[in-house]
Design a protein around this ligand. Sequence first.
Ligand code: ADP
Length: 271
Amino acid sequence: MGLRDRRRAGPEQEAGHSCAVELRGVRRQYGRGAGAVHALRGIDLTLPHGSFTAVMGPSGSGKSTLLQCAAGLDRPTGGTVRVGGTDLTRMRESRLTTLRRERLGFVFQAFNLLPSLTAEQNVALPMRLAGQRADPRRTAEALARVGLGGHAGRRPGRLSGGQQQRVAIARALVTDPDVLFADEPTGALDAGSAGEVLGLLRRVVDGLGTTVVIVTHDPVAASWADRVLFLADGALADSLERPSPEQVAARMAALGGHPVAGLSPVPPVPS
Ligand code: ADP
């Protein structure tokens, strides 16, 4: 039985729970009264195990807040978030931290690697933070998985942006998480490096069975996902299954998102 299967069989989890992430009526409000901002207005969402989801929407529509709430990095002001059947919303902070370390992975636009550590040492960090001995075999496996087995001793400053993001993905995968969350993982990359990172995320879903959720503003990036969710003003406005970049761009334009350079104009897709 693999690590992930053992975790799924854990006592806190509801028997037979079949989805990786479940949001029910999730609301997130900043501030109170007349000046309150309703970043999420009641999100209902189910993400199956081993699925790849992209979240899109205009700036300020609530994408990052949704990701942060789903990943237990922010607490909703209403509703429930479950990961593998475990309710995060009423969990004490210390248990939530442990759950995040053991079962979730995170990747950010800015890579967030420690510049003074080698690729290998960066990838080993989650094991060290969990109080474990850094296992060199697992570190090497994670780096090999992202195609950087030969760069273990390099510091981030000597790696390209795409390579740094792949190290960040190796670091997120070293604990064998159930769900990998990525906020604009290709936002700082050129098209070629972005394609490598997205192909890697696709293989993580298809090969390892990890559930992947990304926020992106790029229709090409979103088209690597199984499902694209569109947020507008804190609510789920639409979704597309396995869309082409052109279909994603057309739906974004219909929601008032910015037109995307590099994609030829396409007629609106009837809804
Ligand atoms: P997106 O990722 O789609 O750009 P965000 O989730 O970052 O949207 O933000 C959604 C809304 O919540 C925006 O109106 C934003 O200004 C507001 N918001 C986000 N974080 C905070 C915060 N810490 N304090 C107050 N308002 C916030």
